[in-house]
Design a protein around this ligand. Structure first.
Ligand code: ZN
Length: 97
């Protein structure tokens, strides 16, 4: 990030719309809207979409911690019976892997 002192219009930091969780690949929730995080909490990994999610290292840390603790669902009732972690993480956009 560069600090610009010049005339202040900076585009928002994120995508117009993004429904895939950057941490776990869950795809049923709107995590980014109009370039900003929605603060939605992922029912799967429990990550809250947030400005911190602009850091791929932060995303990887959280994912490593989550998987290291057994990839537990934050909202277990929403977990599909045939849920497959590896299938889901294949949804993670390449730039957040
Ligand atoms: Zn997630």
């Amino acid at each position: 990030m560069t600090m610009s002192t010049a005339q202040g219009f900076e585009p928002p930091p994120g995508p117009e719309e993004e429904s895939v969780c950057r941490v776990c690949g869950y795809d049923e929730e709107l995590f980014w809207e109009g370039g900003w995080p929605t603060n939605a909490i992922c029912p799967c990994c429990g990550n809250e979409s947030d400005i911190k999610d602009l850091s791929v290292m932060g995303i990887r840390d959280y994912r490593g911690y989550w998987v290291g603790h057994g990839a537990q669902w934050n909202s277990p009732p929403l977990k599909p019976k045939d849920w497959d972690l590896l299938k889901q993480i294949a949804n993670i956009p390449p730039e957040w892997r």
